[in-house]
Design a protein around this ligand. Sequence first.
Ligand SMILES: [Fe+2]
Length: 310
Amino acid sequence: MTASMTRYAGPISQAAVHAHALVANGFAEDQALAEVLDRYPPDLFDINLYDYDDEGQVSLRTGARGRLNGAELLEAIQQGRLWVNMRDVERGWPELWQATMAEFDRIMGEAYPGLKAVSRNGQLILSSPKARVPYHFDASGVILFHMRGRKRLFVFPGDEAHLPERSMEQVIARQTTEEIPYVRAFEQDAQAIDLEPGQALTWPFFAPHRVENLDRFCVSLSVDFQTWSSRLRRGALYTNAVVRSRGGAPRSTDQMGTPELAARWAASVLLKKTGALKSRLENFERDFVPQAGAVDGAGRLNAEAAGGQG
Ligand SMILES: [Fe+2]
């Protein structure tokens, strides 16, 4: 299967669907969502609106949290074309996180007994019926717990053609808002998987993917996690980004054994501490606030409405 052709497969060699039990707890129902939207820390919201041209190239608009209450914000998402990402679920919704971690441990223990997660982080994703997420990769392992609606994941090979190391470095070092390069011809190499509530999806570490919602409001919890192996690789890519920014030509992490990856990871820890590379993404302007009834659910941003953003 083409989707297994990844350099960073780790213990997960191909995309796989697993059953999970989070839906029955009611976490994804309107009332629970409206309540959590009301109390979720405003600085943990990412609100995105993606537009695509005829070639499938994406442009991104970002929204501020604004002042809608939870029920109104939920309505704007359900009517619009928004992608709302609520970061750090472990902090924002501990009850959901606790239930999810029990499922994480069970699924990983059954399906990938050798896998040892050394860090885990959750994002609750609420997305509009026609929302689509562009081609990208996450520098971690991911398991996506789908809880409401229907969506289609496209998983691509993680080889140099689909995931160039130089682009990975730029994304990991947060030097660009752009994702890795995408061309339509990649589609013939994709594996498509449809997800229903109660299903969780895993795919090889770092494998590029994109998402299309299938005409339903969707609720999913994405858990990204590191193993020691993925952490070393990610750190080595960061160090390579710094070396490259100083005119160097680092060799591919594909050619490095564990000792060299570990040394580069250790260097990355120091480089981050000393602020070797400034993130270019920290302070960017927002483009809209969520609003039910507005085109795409994106209302006009004004000074007053922007006051709620973190
Ligand atoms: Fe992703």
